[in-house]
Ligand binder design. Sequence first.
Ligand code: ATP
Ligand code: MG
Length: 662
Amino acid sequence: MGDVVSNESLANLLKEERRFDPPADLAANANVTAAAYEQAAEDRLGFWAEQAKRLTWQTPPTQTLDWSNAPFAKWFADGKLNVAYNCVDRHVENGLGDRVAIHFEGESGDSRAITYAELQREVSRAANALIELGVHTGDRVAIYMPMIPETVIAMLACARLGAPHSLVFGGFSAEALATRINDADARVVITADGGYRRGKPSALKPAVDEALTKPGTENVRSVLVVRRTGQDLAEAGGTWTEGRDVWWHELVERQSPTHTPEAFDAEHPLFILYTSGTTGKPKGILHTTGGYLTQVSYTHHAVFDLKPETDVFWCTADVGWVTGHSYITYGPLSNGATEVLYEGTPDTPHQGRWWEIVQKYGVTILYTAPTAIRACMKWGDDIPAKYDLSSLRLLGSVGEPINPEAWIWYRKHIGADRTPIVDTWWQTETGAMMLSPLPGVTATKPGSAQVALPGIAATVVDDDAREVPDGAGGYLVLTEPWPSMLRTIWGDDQRYIDTYWSRFEGKYFAGDGAKKDSDGDIWLLGRVDDVMLVSGHNISTTEVESALVSHPKVAEAAVVGATDPQTTQAICAFVILRGGVEEGAGLVDELRAHVAQQLGPIAKPKRIMPVAELPKTRSGKIMRRLLRDVAENRDLGDVSTLTDSSVMDLIQAKLPSTPGED
Ligand code: ATP
Ligand code: MG
């Protein structure tokens, strides 16, 4: 892979001056220094055993890793702990009960601050309520909720009881919810009447009602419903089933605010979470207790350099994605952090909404996704400029490769050209961050996740599983087990083996293409499934997209390879222009020439189509496989994980008007 678009192109995109040393004050006070890499290299398991001590164990583990039944790992197997106790109660016992855990900001501006002491009472009440509903240790609970504090409380209540939760993103349909309830065989569903989205109440309960009419969901005996919007259920198309449905405010609020947590085995299941479905049918990823919490707690502390006394952390992801699980619920709360939880969309009621929130709460650390950064680029620099963002000291990115140009924009317009950016590569399957700069140690390079974190072993290999030399491309693999790794695909051990452990003997296959630069730093190049083959050369979608985004008129780009009789595949690009830019004659030629100049003539797109929107999953990732269907004039594949399927109609309508040229 990446044999053509290699060193010169990287040199182009990565200009020498585009390296950013850690700020001196941050480096001097960093939570984690370069010594961590040395310690972990000397004794990887000892390093993780040390990090496990960040947690409070009822029975501290004496074993670290059991890999005897590979690829089924056991971490800290003889230890026992309670996750909710670690995220809540112990902070109260340590005298931090009055610290704000969650600053909740509703979309319409209602807000609520929840201290650790209140969180303890709320989680205890919710746990007692679940017990009253007959939830036992090991029972699965589906959570289909908006971004409100009760969602985090529900997760922690499940964790407290050892009842694995399965969050289903609130934007998913009844069908998708039913499939996930069925796959996990959930016994209880926790939901809300609705949440606020784009200025309006958006109903959730009717989708639960519909889901529960579908085969395979018969084992759901209770539905616990939070009243968020107060909308009329029947008017929204929902029903109320007596004996099954119960209001949160009636059941939870009359419970005792105390509950004694029980410690569970480190390998007790904590949650199931389905992958976002960018490439195919979602997989039910199983995470367990001790190893998961160790790595999310450590990475949140190390990568964000969290100072819980003074920082205000904000992760903008939906709690229904793994980023929300690990860096809204479990990482920040296990570290006693103060964080922001925002219900709505970034442009409601106006495009400065996020920056208003940063200003209001004095957010110091912001963690978001490239898709959001590119949307802000598109809306214009003047919007964040209206707000006081001086509290920010660290920025993070996750979810897709971040185009170097978007990275630079993020640093300049959000980070005042001063804050470090951590580009964190990881997956639902990895549970926690795996590759990322450390803000007090690494000189950062825009667009690269760079290095494996201490205690993590990653490399890039070729088709024959041989490590590639610096400057070459191939497949990203993880060569040693890690504490927060998935334990299996729920109910399908064979699919777990086939998907991740069969491509390269003894190595975890991530499914992402990657390249090492001349310093040995790792650059993610997009999904292996998306790599293009043009006249015998492998070309990365990410690099062509980044070249397009580096043109001043382009805010966002998606690139696919479409079958072509002459060249095997031809590069087809879909671009969103920056605010105020007119499509105009000559634009397409200008962009093609720009890519050729940045990456070489072979990477020049055959077709470029300006579009208003790109198809994205509900977690904001570009779904290239649908664009490939369009480019090849095929019927669209599965669109059930798409945010807005009308986007595809607009793109298809546009297609015939732009003939191919070369
Ligand atoms: P599915 O596996 O069902 O296709 P998905 O891979 O989109 O869905 P996630 O687990 O949410 O589901 O996403 C993980 C993927 O996101 C990674 O494999 C990688 O492709 C991409 N990714 C995440 N963070 C980064 C990053 N910092 N740089 C590059 N790519 C990233
Ligand atoms: Mg994936």
